[in-house]
Write a new protein. Sequence first.
Length: 136
Amino acid sequence: MTTDATPAVLFVCVHNAGRSQMAAGFLREIAGDRIEVRSAGSLPADQINPVAVAAMAELGIDIAAEQPKVLTTEAVQDSDVVITMGCGDACPFFPGKRYEDWTLDDPAGQGIEAVRPIRDEIRRRIKELVGELLPA
């Protein structure tokens, strides 16, 4: 089935301050406007993780202006792919959506050396996801 609709991806983690923001940053960078990108948290933090911002800046991706957002039922319903990162039962489930759970260490409270491998693993997975959602 082919559709002209742009696929929408929602990244969810508890605080929407680190992993989900890095994933959203990579997806925007790699897919541009070919994929709609959203991120949210079940218990959003006050601000984005400064170490996550620094780790992304090393690769030339600026996520400093992003704000943690609260996860809404609408955000899940409006997305084609929902990627969770350690939010467990807090993430609402809707039949017919594609769900993936990415097990990644939480960068909260960690230094940049610990965050870089998390960032790089997120980038690897994003490239894979783009390859699946936007076949050449």
